[in-house]
Design a binder for this molecule. Structure first.
Ligand code: SAM
Length: 305
């Protein structure tokens, strides 16, 4: 499974948010304030492009906030929002790489991306960062604004997802529980050997969560009960595909996260592309108890006029 297929599968479920999935009023408010804070700087009927949009979390937020915006969201993956277009709603396009978009020069007043550009920036060192910034610069009109929320290498989001990634990697390793489940589905492993494999996994030092290992165990118990039923092999194959996709997405997320040094590099490359960064700081959200939760980097800048 390649990187994009993992996202295809995710977006086909119709989910709107990816990285901040739990509905939390404080986070939602902070995101709303961030994404709407520069709208007053835009012209009358501004054209807005959301890069690596997924199912359009930012596009939908902006559409609700200001109906005059002409919104377009693009993603390399197959996104379901792309099939729900009518003339008054935002436009969504699948299968578009943000480093090679089909739009004319200076087409947009605002370019946004929430946990998006960094996925395209990390694939080939500074070359990929350069390609993304060059395209942003090409697409913005002079004086146009760009606004980015980027995974922070020290964020709680990164740390919790790195733990999930490791748990999935352990389950997926050669000879591990998932490969034994696959062998079971192909009648290459008995029920008792699959149960033994499960016991062995439980005794390893790997941290196990209810959300990942717990779910796999209930699925396996279900499959053992359904053994011999014609649809069981297909159901096992679906579960394995979903586990692989989740592992791929979390691996991409962790690789995409940026450190302070990465941001310094990005700022230098932005300047080379006539993009000035005005704000570059941590995006923190206040919890109910008053403590701060580091969620991301927030970057705001503009193209030279
Ligand atoms: C974490 S999701 C973010 C989606 C959305 N912005 C959100 O906030 O829910 C990252 C997205 O980046 C997309 N992506 C990664 N590399 C890309 C590229 N080179 N061009 C376009 N999209 C890309 C993936 O397909 C995925 O949908």
């Amino acid at each position: 499974m390649n990187d994009t297929e993992a996202w295809d599968l995710y977006w086909q479920s119709g989910i709107i948010n990816s990285c901040v999935t739990q509905s939390d009023e404080l986070v939602d408010n902070a995101l709303f304030v961030f994404w709407t804070s520069h709208l007053s700087r835009l012209p009358q009927t501004p054209k807005v492009l959301d890069l690596a949009t997924g199912n359009g979390a930012v596009v939908h937020l902006l559409h609700k906030a200001e109906s005059k915006l002409q919104l377009t969201g693009i993603d390399r993956a197959k996104i379901v929002s792309a099939s729900q277009h009518d003339e008054h709603s935002p436009q969504f396009l699948s299968n578009i790489d943000i480093t090679q978009t089909p739009f004319k020069n200076q087409s947009f007043d605002l370019i946004t991306s929430q946990f998006g550009v960094e996925y395209a920036m990390c694939t080939n060192g500074t070359d990929s960062m350069q390609s993304v910034l060059q395209e942003i610069s090409r697409l913005l009109r002079p004086g146009g604004i760009f606004q980015l929320l980027i995974h922070h290498s020290e964020s709680s989001l990164l740390h919790s997802n790195a733990r999930k990634r490791d748990e999935l990697a352990y389950l997926l390793q050669d000879g591990g529980l998932i490969s034994d489940l696959w062998r079971f589905s192909h009648s290459d492993l008995s029920v008792s050997d699959l149960e033994l494999s499960g016991q062995n996994y439980l005794h390893t030092a790997q941290i196990k969560t209810q959300a990942i290992s717990g779910q796999i165990f209930s699925a396996i118990n279900h499959f053992i009960q359904q053994q011999g039923m014609p649809e069981t092999q297909g159901s096992i194959s679906d579960v394995i595909t979903r586990v692989k996709a989740e592992h791929s997405r979390l691996k991409q997320l962790c690789a995409a996260a940026m450190s302070e040094d990465d941001l310094v590099m990005m700022e230098r490359l932005a300047e080379n592309n006539d993009l000035a960064i005005e704000t570059k700081k941590a995006f923190e959200v206040e919890n109910k108890d008053g403590t701060l939760d580091l969620l991301a980097w927030q970057i705001v800048g503009s193209k030279g006029s």
